[in-house]
Design a protein around this ligand. Sequence first.
Ligand SMILES: Nc1ncnc2c1ncn2[C@@H]1O[C@H](COP(=O)(O)OP(=O)(O)OP(=O)(O)O)[C@@H](O)[C@H]1O
Length: 249
Amino acid sequence: MIELKDISKTFNAGKPNEVKALGKLSLEIKQGEFVVIVGSNGSGKTTLLNMVAGTIFTDTGTVTIDGNNATKLPDYGRSKWIARIFQNPLSGTAADLSILDNFRLAALRTQNKGLTIGKNESFKQLVRDKIAALGMGLEDKTEQPIGTLSGGQRQALTLLMSVMDECKILLLDEPTAALDPRSAEKVMRTADELIKQYNLTAILVTHNLKDAANYGTRIIQMGEGQILKDIPSAEKAKLKQAELFEWFG
Ligand SMILES: Nc1ncnc2c1ncn2[C@@H]1O[C@H](COP(=O)(O)OP(=O)(O)OP(=O)(O)O)[C@@H](O)[C@H]1O
C-alpha cells in the first residue's frame, strides 16, 4: 500500500544549517496496517509523514502508494488516497462554515461529482447518521458553524470527514496533542474505530506513549532519520507503556 524505498532528505544542503532529516530509509506498510511512530524530537517523524503526504519530496529513492509511483506527485495529486489530521484542531476545517458545509467540502475534495454533491436530503441524512454514531450529541448541530465546537469535537468530525470521502490512508500527526485528556481519549478511540471500520491504512505520529502502547498494529521507533525499532503486531500486543518509556532512556 505504501512503499518507501531508500528515501532521504537533507534540509539546507551545503549550508552551515544543513540538517540530515532522513537517511536512506526504507519502509513498507501493508493495506490495513495501523503503524504508530515514536521517537525523540527531531528524529524525522514528521518529515517521513510529509513524504508520504507529498508536502515535501525525497532527495533519493521512491515513494509508491497503492501501486502508483508517487515520488514526484505533489500532495494535491495524492489527496484521493490520503487524508491527514494535524495537531491543531483548527487545521482541516473552515471555522465559519457549518458542520454540514464542511462535510460537503470534504466530499468535493476527492469526488469529482461537481457542485451538486451534498445538496440533497440523503447526503444530509448520511452526515447526521455518521455524526450520531460518534456519540457526541453533535447530530442536531449540523447547521452550526464548526468553529463554535470544542477542539475535541472538531478533531473527531475532521476524522469522520476524512474517512467519508473514500480515502484509503489516514495520516495522524499528533492529533491529540492540543486536547485535554478526556477529549484526547475520545478522539483516539474514534480514530481507532474508524480505521478498523473502513479498513484504512494509518500512520500515527505521537509522543504519547500510552496511546503508542494502546493503539496500532505495529510500532516503529525513529532516531536520527533512521528506523531504530520496528515491532510487528503480535509483539506489539505484549508491549507495555513502561517498556516503551525505556526506549527513550
Ligand atoms: N523545512 C525544514 N527546513 C529545515 N529543517 C527542517 C525542516 N523540516 C524539518 N527540519 C529538521 O529536520 C529534522 C527532523 O524534523 P522532523 O520535524 O521530521 O522531526 P520530528 O521527529 O517530527 O520531531 P518532533 O517530535 O519535534 O515533531 C529536525 O532537525 C528539523 O529541525
